[in-house]
Design a protein around this ligand. Structure first.
Ligand code: ADP
Ligand code: MG
Length: 338
């Protein structure tokens, strides 16, 4: 007896959504990454009930044509890669063409967009079904609202933590996206209350200031190092200003915030004996390399990457951090003694 059938799109999108759309913060991540890929210089994120009721992302990027505004919600629809060659040289944050299809399958979406060439478009999609597509006057850019997240997947909705916890995840995420893109002005608000605002000046230390406050940002010291394959730079707090969690270390590889246990460890090794036990620095580590040396196609959430020659990168980071910390700790004392 034949018992196998191919799933319809609606079902397969919901299954895919399980991997990318874990919580409101994951949606904010996908939407903001799309805004960044669209070359926006200003991105506003407005949340209601930590995003469970509504997530609105407004950008001034390149927008979409009327045709693309609907196609964008199809699975595997992307403007970012078109062949295997592209897959090994990814320069954009997105490339899977899956996020919008997944998000649309578990929420109600209203989209306003315009590419500046034609009149704007308005699209309404509920649970992945296009209810309306019409002309609507809109300036160049995109404005997308995700309402009633998980309204049709109650089991997932039940797993949401408190508003404070979900909001915490999103704030943490937006902080890191803002750090990764100091040239973009970010604004995050919750129930109209402003949470984070950056200026888009391009100065990463200024973003550190916006996130952690002046007292912390002023105390961070710069570090840098490079070889033929990697260029590393960043800022780190000295041992006198540490936190009880590793969560304040942000690694940015070619403009993408990623998580790496190995890089965190290299930073800690660099600080070595200076660090009190159980304490961790606040740090941002920027790495630039040929995209060919990194593989982001590891997991749908794109939070982990594989790095060729990782050992070399780790030793650059370790010595850059060590030199910067040593210099800042030892030199001031040496000067005082003279
Ligand atoms: P991916 O980002 O992997 O291409 P998505 O499902 O996130 O897949 O988005 C599909 C497509 O929709 C993108 O490739 C892009 O062309 C378009 N798009 C989505 N968001 C925006 C935006 N804010 N501005 C311009 N285009 C967008
Ligand atoms: Mg995307």
């Amino acid at each position: 007896m034949d018992i196998i059938s191919v799933m319809d799109d609606s079902l397969s999108n919901k299954i895919a959504a399980g991997e990318v759309v874990e919580r409101p913060a994951s949606i904010v991540k996908e939407l903001v990454e799309n805004s960044i890929d669209a070359h926006s210089t200003s991105i506003e994120i407005a949340l209601e009930e930590a995003g469970l009721t509504s997530i609105r992302v407004t950008d001034n990027g390149k927008g979409m044509s009327r045709h693309d505004a609907v196609l964008a919600f199809e699975r595997h629809a992307t403007s970012k890669i078109s062949n295997e060659h592209d897959l090994f040289r990814i320069k954009t944050l997105g490339f899977r063409g899956e996020a919008l299809a997944s998000i649309a399958s578990v929420s109600k979406i209203s989209l306003w967009t315009s590419d500046g060439e034609t009149e704007g478009t308005k699209v309404q999609i509920d649970g992945g079904v296009v209810l309306d597509q019409s002309d609507a006057a809109f300036r160049k850019g995109t404005d997308m609202t995700i309402a009633q997240l998980f309204y049709n997947t109650p089991a997932r909705l039940k797993y949401m933590k408190t508003i404070q916890t979900e909001l915490g995840h999103t704030i943490d995420l937006v902080n890191r996206l803002a750090l990764s893109h100091p040239h973009i002005a970010f604004k995050l608000s919750h129930h109209s209350q402003l949470i984070l605002q950056t200026t888009g000046s391009g100065d990463q230390r200024r973003v550190l200031n916006d996130i952690y406050g002046m007292a912390v940002a002023r105390k961070m010291v710069p570090f840098s190092g490079e070889n033929a394959d990697f260029k590393v730079n960043g800022f780190i707090t000295l041992p006198e200003m540490t936190r009880a969690s590793k969560n304040y270390m942000t690694l940015i590889v070619n403009g993408r915030w990623v998580k790496s246990y190995a890089v965190n460890q290299a930073v800690l090794d660099g600080m070595h004996t200076y660090l009190p036990i159980g304490r961790y620095p606040i740090a941002v580590i920027n790495v630039e390399s040929d995209p060919f040396l990194t593989d982001v196609n590891v997991h749908p959430s794109k939070q982990h990457i594989r790095i060729s020659k990782e050992g070399e990168l780790l030793s650059i980071i370790k010595s850059a951090v060590r030199d910067a910390v040593k210099l800042s700790i030892i030199v001031p004392n040496a000067v005082k003694k003279e």
